[in-house]
Design a protein around this ligand. Structure first.
Ligand code: AMP
Length: 280
């Protein structure tokens, strides 16, 4: 298939059928929950452990997953526009997740919840934990990154939407909340263009790269974040048993790529494409 340009973008508007118009008086008191994951910083060069059981994480800089930063930024913008009253950041994982949550609080989240679990976690376990937190906190919107850059699973948002039986808008590049009708309109980046969905709230939205540019936490806000509350829970507190049907058999480096060559002319390029790559 040829490469599509911006002029080829198409747009579909899907509205829930027979949706009665409802006046929303609750939106301004809506709580937004944002799931943020602690991952190896995107700028770090990943090293596979010698025994191939995983990647090296000791003495490696860890940060908030970039897509989760975008999710948190969007929640903060919605709150700042008066459409939500509270932003709660949640993270599941080892004790050091508190640092990631502190960053979230410094960016502007009001509260944070840390579900501490030191072992390996897979998306279904995370989704079950998030469901228990949603049941307790009752947010009107759950925002997640479209994927975590460590496992590249791109599953948690879809799984939690399934468990909650909430509508989902994944890969969001634009989110507009309609306060009157309690609907979120989400532009999604799909192959070949944009798709626009209207979701009844409460809903799950996962964020793509172009949704926004996350803010940096200012020094005063970093200081203020130190006194904000981080609630501590364990999976047992939420009656969730962590187990997985997945087993990582081996982690290996990708095959080394051959160095590129600089060609002197277009003719030489065409010759190579025809006779070496055989793609013409
Ligand atoms: P994944 O399905 O692993 O690619 O992750 C997608 C999104 O799910 C992330 O961007 C986070 O928003 C959320 N998520 C995944 N793992 C965690 C975690 N351990 N704690 C909090 N949120 C998570």
């Amino acid at each position: 298939m040829g490469h599509l340009g911006w002029t080829d973008l198409w747009c579909v508007l899907i509205r829930p059928p027979n949706k009665a118009s409802r006046l929303c008086t609750e939106t301004a008191s809506m709580r937004i929950m944002v799931a943020i994951k602690r991952v190896i910083d995107y700028a770090v060069k990943i090293r596979v452990k010698p025994d191939k059981s995983g990647v090296e994480t000791s003495n490696v800089k860890m940060s908030m997953n970039p897509f989760c930063e975008i999710a948190l930024e969007e929640a903060l913008r919605i709150k700042e526009s008066g459409r939500a009253s509270e932003v709660v950041a949640v993270s599941v994982g080892p004790a050091q997740c508190v640092d990631t949550l502190r960053t979230g609080l410094a960016m502007g989240a009001d509260r944070a919840i840390h579900v501490e679990f030191p072992g390996t976690l897979y998306p279904l376990s995370i989704a079950k934990i998030l469901k228990a937190l949603v049941d307790a906190e009752k947010p009107g919107l759950l925002l997640l990154g479209k994927q975590a850059i460590d496992d590249d699973c791109n599953q948690t948002g879809q799984m939690i939407a399934g468990l909650l039986k909430w509508p989902q808008g994944t890969f969001a590049s634009k989110v507009v909340l309609d306060e009157e009708n309690k609907v979120a309109t989400v532009d999604r980046e799909v192959d070949g263009g944009l798709e626009t969905l209207c979701l009844d709230l409460p809903a799950v939205i996962t964020t793509d790269l172009r949704l926004n540019q996350p803010r940096y936490a200012s020094l005063p806000n970093i200081m203020k974040a130190k006194s904000k509350v981080i609630k501590k829970l364990t999976p047992q507190d939420l009656n969730i048993e962590i187990r997985s049907d997945l087993e990582v058999v081996q982690v290996t480096d990708p095959p080394k790529r051959k160095a590129g060559v600089i060609l002197s002319s277009v003719d030489e390029l065409i010759d190579k494409l025809k006779n070496e790559a055989r793609v013409l």
